[in-house]
Design a protein around this ligand. Structure first.
Ligand SMILES: NC(=O)c1ccc[n+]([C@@H]2O[C@H](COP(=O)([O-])OP(=O)(O)OC[C@H]3O[C@@H](n4cnc5c(N)ncnc54)[C@H](OP(=O)(O)O)[C@@H]3O)[C@@H](O)[C@H]2O)c1
Length: 327
């Protein structure tokens, strides 16, 4: 496992880290024993950074991470998020009283007295135009409740606005070979300001593992079923917002490039790591075998220039027109 500097924070984090949404819920049934084994495997594979949120199983994901931290002596940096427990996503909801309550709950779930990193969790765009919300986060740092803060955004424009605030240390954004726009402009700006970038949905909700087909079925409580058209939250969070048939077409083009003994998940993750501006990819994993496979991507050789340009070409051909300017 290789490590990269997380923006201006004190931490060097594993370039393949761990996304803890699926072990909380909304991905079909999960088993806490298996989830804990997946987390343990991550640490055994060199992961030292975990992304979670208060809403992932309403504290279930955070509590599993607290349990892991009690068991292990390695330093593990935990990023959580706040804001999605609001009954409605309004700018007014991101007020001091609500955010204080969310932070206190995360402190309890994570069994700690100071959160390493808190991220505003895909708030409405206008939140980024409210300096007082960032001022509140500054005060939470001074009060010792949080070590630092960042944002998780839907759109590149939100990311560009967020990094105007000097204490925004990290931006989490969807970035994978089906969602390439962040690399166009945002990455250079973030690098200039030494802001860490967390690449989320790096496997496009499992699509970029190459295991899905036109016949794949998902449980009723899996967002790949209930949010396929954005019914519950931003459609971009499910299969990166790319329509299923076009994604399957893309995966078949990608399959032709796979080197021997490299899985598609590893190839897709290694593609993300080709971008220096990215601090880490945070693939979700429900089982130890998935986690071990994903972490091994860090040890692969870089993709060739030819591979990179073929991937850009297939993106341009059929994916870009559907998603590029949307997020
Ligand atoms: N708004 C936000 O801030 C936001 C939104 C989305 C995600 N995130 C963060 O980003 C993280 C990653 O995104 P994501 O979990 O949505 O999607 P992802 O990482 O693209 O896909 C994860 C899913 O792919 C499957 N998978 C993973 N590795 C595999 C492997 N090696 N072989 C086969 N299948 C594999 C697993 O599901 P199955 O086994 O069920 O197929 C897993 O749950 C999340 O966990 C969360 O921490 C944040």
């Amino acid at each position: 496992m290789k490590y990269r500097q997380l923006g201006r924070t004190p931490w060097k984090v594993s370039e393949i880290s761990f996304g803890a949404w699926a072990i909380g819920g909304a991905w079909g049934s999960v088993d806490d024993t298996e989830s804990l084994d997946a987390l343990r495997q991550a640490i055994d594979s060199g992961v030292n950074f975990i992304d979670t949120a208060d809403v992932y199983g309403m504290g279930r994901s955070e509590r599993l991470i607290a349990q892991l931290k009690r068991e292990r002596k390695e330093e593990i940096v935990v990023a959580t998020k706040a804001g999605r427990r609001l009954p409605q996503q309004t700018v007014e909801g991101y007020n001091e009283k609500n955010l204080t309550g969310f932070i206190e709950d995360s402190l309890r779930n994570l069994s700690t007295d100071c959160l390493d990193l808190i991220q505003l969790h895909c708030p409405p765009t206008d939140v980024y135009y409210r300096p007082e919300i960032f001022g509140f986060l500054d005060r939470m740092m001074e009060a010792g409740k949080i070590r630092c803060y960042g944002v998780s955004v839907e759109r590149v424009e939100e990311a560009l606005k967020a990094i105007e605030y000097p204490n925004v240390q990290t931006v989490q954004i969807i970035f994978n070979c089906l969602r390439q726009r962040p690399a166009d402009l945002f990455f250079a700006q973030a690098q200039q300001k030494r802001v860490g970038i967390l690449a989320r949905v790096p496997l496009s909700s499992g699509m970029l593992t190459g295991k899905l087909s036109g016949d794949s079925q998902f449980a009723a409580d899996d967002h790949r079923n209930f949010n396929r058209h954005g019914e519950a939250f931003d459609v971009g969070e499910t299969f990166s917002g790319v329509d299923y048939e076009s994604s399957l077409w893309f995966v078949e083009q990608l399959r032709r490039l796979l080197p021997a003994s490299v899985s598609m998940a590893q190839f897709a993750l290694r593609w993300i790591l080709m971008f220096d501006a990215v601090t880490c990819a945070i693939p979700g994993g429900k089982r130890p075998s998935q986690v071990a496979e994903n972490c091994a991507a860090s040890d692969l050789p870089p993709l060739t220039g030819r591979e990179m340009s073929i991937i850009r070409g297939i993106y341009e051909a059929r994916i870009r027109p559907a998603v590029h300017q949307r997020w």
